[in-house]
Design a protein around this ligand. Structure first.
Ligand code: AMP
Length: 191
């Protein structure tokens, strides 16, 4: 099994890089943000509630997220070698819950890869993504809020995984291929 957490501030490249490494390592890509956006598109009860947080740059409550994750962790089958968690955990509480859930299914997380990118570059990337993404949270006001929430609530997750000796920082600047090579090497180095 290989369970990877891809981590970093909004715009650091988590989604892009996850899509590249799932095939190489036969992982299931699990993006909590993507699941929530589908719920919003389908106008489900969860979607309507989630949208009220997402459109303001706030985090969706831990309980809502943890339920979605539990379903995914429990339904993983042998088609995959493991999961890549993209955009989760985003709070220390979620991290504690994730470790507990993995434990319950006889597994664990193996590494948290943080893609480090300076704030000004994150803002540029998100603004240019906003031109085509159709996402109502890719505009300057909400981006600023998301970065603030990242610093206050999400960044502390790094300390949690450092204490478990699972933390690997990766330079997130450069071409998509360059960053991908660094991630692949970091995962290969685990073994
Ligand atoms: P993302 O696609 O990962 O950028 O997520 C978009 C938005 O969905 C975030 O800004 C949050 O509002 C919400 N979201 C996604 N994942 C989580 C999570 N693990 N915990 C709380 N909120 C989340």
């Amino acid at each position: 099994m290989l369970n990877v957490i891809i981590f970093g501030a909004p715009g650091c490249g988590k989604g892009t890089q996850s899509a590249l490494i799932i095939d190489k390592f036969k992982l299931k890509h699990f993006s909590t943000g993507e699941v929530l956006r589908k719920e919003i598109d389908n106008k489900t009860e969860i979607g309507v509630e989630a949208d009220s947080y997402i459109s303001r740059g706030q985090l969706v409550p831990d309980e809502m997220i943890n339920k979605m994750v539990a379903q995914t962790v429990q339904s993983l089958n042998s088609t995959y070698n493991g999961i890549i968690f993209d955009g989760y955990p985003r709070t220390v509480k979620q991290a504690e819950e994730l470790e507990k859930m993995m434990n319950e299914v006889g597994s664990s997380t193996h590494v948290l890869v943080e893609l480090t990118v300076p704030d000004h570059e994150l803002i540029n990337r998100l603004l240019s993504r906003g031109l085509t993404s159709g996402r109502n949270d890719d505009n300057l006001e909400v981006i600023s809020k998301r970065l603030e929430v990242y610093g206050a609530k999400t960044a502390p997750v790094i300390e949690f995984y450092k204490s478990l000796n699972k933390y690997v920082p990766i330079d997130g600047l450069g071409s998509i291929e360059e960053v991908n090579d660094r991630i692949v090497k970091a995962i290969d180095d685990l073994y």
